[in-house]
Design a protein around this ligand. Structure first.
Ligand SMILES: Nc1nc2c(ncn2[C@@H]2O[C@H](COP(=O)(O)OP(=O)(O)O)[C@@H](O)[C@H]2O)c(=O)[nH]1
Ligand SMILES: [Mg+2]
Length: 266
């Protein structure tokens, strides 16, 4: 019991001392969700012994109250806001967030991305951070690992994600990856720094939702160790509708597969 307590204390100490954690949130018109998510992050992380964190929200030209809410939270949380005056799309937004975080981070720090729609539970951050510390470079919150659950997502969207998973595993397999499309991920900061140095402006150059899968495809040729942890997707918590245009995303993703598979233009 005492030994366990000491071990826990050491763990907490270790997380605090060694790893700075950046949480990058791409946000477009998330007034209904962003406050709830920031509340849960600010509860969950200290509960897990992680006090050394910073949230980076990229507000992508939202036309609702997202900015107002963010400014309010920035007064009490370690929160930086990167502002796009106009809506640029998920690709440029996630890129600017990752660039901001990786420039601020040291090599051993950890950068997490999650949706700002309150469907990615921050309780998983602790496990993702520890999985990086076990030796993985990129850890994906995966819907295709034992123990994963999906609540509230339509059958059509479920099927689409599953098909994407099989197509990528068949055509562009990556050891350790089954969920190519989930945006909830942890990256060792060094890997992102190296990717920005290697690819420059070509790193994350897709505009839409397919940018998320392309990050993994671009890291694939860089000796990166990928891992996954099972994840509970709480789509039932989401207020409002998805911002993903399914048809456009499917077409652009298919085009991307052809480009990466056959033209191999990385
Ligand atoms: N920057 C930016 N972010 C977007 C845009 N559309 C969606 N997002 C963000 O990308 C994330 C994923 O979108 P979401 O609606 O949750 O997609 P879904 O979970 O796949 O249904 C959320 O954090 C959104 O706020 C956009 O046009 N620009
Ligand atoms: Mg979402």
């Amino acid at each position: 019991m005492i030994a366990q307590f000491v071990q826990l204390e050491l763990n907490v100490f270790y997380v605090n001392m060694k790893n700075h954690l950046y949480i990058v949130l791409p946000a477009y018109n998330e007034e209904a969700n962003i406050g709830k998510l920031l509340d849960s992050i600010s509860c969950c992380l200290p509960d897990a012994g992680i006090d050394n964190y910073e949230i980076v929200v990229v507000n992508d030209g939202s036309v609702d109250r997202t900015m107002e809410i963010l400014k309010d939270y920035a007064q009490r949380l370690p929160l930086k806001i990167v502002q796009h005056e106009k809506n640029k799309g998920l690709g440029p937004t996630i890129r600017d967030g990752l660039l901001f975080a990786s420039e601020a981070a040291s090599d051993g720090d950890i950068i997490i991305t999650m949706d700002a729609d309150d469907t990615h539970t921050p309780g998983l951050v602790y496990r993702m951070v520890n999985t990086i510390r076990e030796g993985y470079d990129v850890v994906i919150a995966s819907r295709y690992r034992k123990g994963a659950r999906v609540y509230g997502l339509s059958c059509g969207r479920r099927l689409l994600s599953l098909m994407a998973s099989y197509i990528f595993r068949l055509l562009l397999p990556i050891k350790g990856v089954k969920d190519f499309t989930c945006g909830y991920r942890a990256y060792r900061a060094r890997v992102l720094k190296e990717a920005f140095a290697k690819y420059g402006d070509r790193f994350i150059d897709q505009q839409g939702f397919q940018a998320m899968v392309d990050i993994i495809l671009q890291l694939r040729s860089m000796n990166v160790i990928f891992g996954e942890v099972p994840f509970i997707l709480r789509y039932d918590m989401k207020q409002g509708t998805s911002k993903m245009n399914v048809k456009v995303t499917v077409m652009k993703t298919l085009k991307l597969i052809l480009k990466r598979k056959f033209a191999n233009k990385l």
